[in-house]
Design a protein. Structure first.
Length: 95
């Protein structure tokens, strides 16, 4: 991932064991059938319970359901995923 989160790609979290997933776009938070998507998966696998906790902490005030927060260049899906990953690290340290 680039430091400024300006890649021309969509980033999404996919839970390997359950197939649950979450992404963020100009339409808000969403889940989709990812089986037919051509997402390239990163080899890193995060612990599921801690990742779900990180997601809930990042979206604790529900602002990601408010589409006014989304901006393609300044606050996009990559920024959302970065926030979750940063929060995951903090949650994991306290587990």
């Amino acid at each position: 991932m680039d430091r400024n989160n300006l890649e021309l790609v969509h980033q999404h979290i996919i839970f390997a064991n359950s197939g649950d997933n979450i992404g963020w776009s100009h339409k808000g938070l969403f889940s989709e059938d990812v089986r037919n998507k051509k997402y390239s998966l990163e080899p890193t696998c995060f612990e599921g319970a801690a990742m779900r906790r990180a997601i809930s902490l990042v979206d604790i005030d529900g602002k990601f359901d408010d589409t006014r927060w989304y901006h393609l260049l300044r606050n996009n899906c990559q920024d959302f995923i970065s926030r979750i990953q940063e929060t995951f690290v903090k949650v994991s340290k306290h587990s």
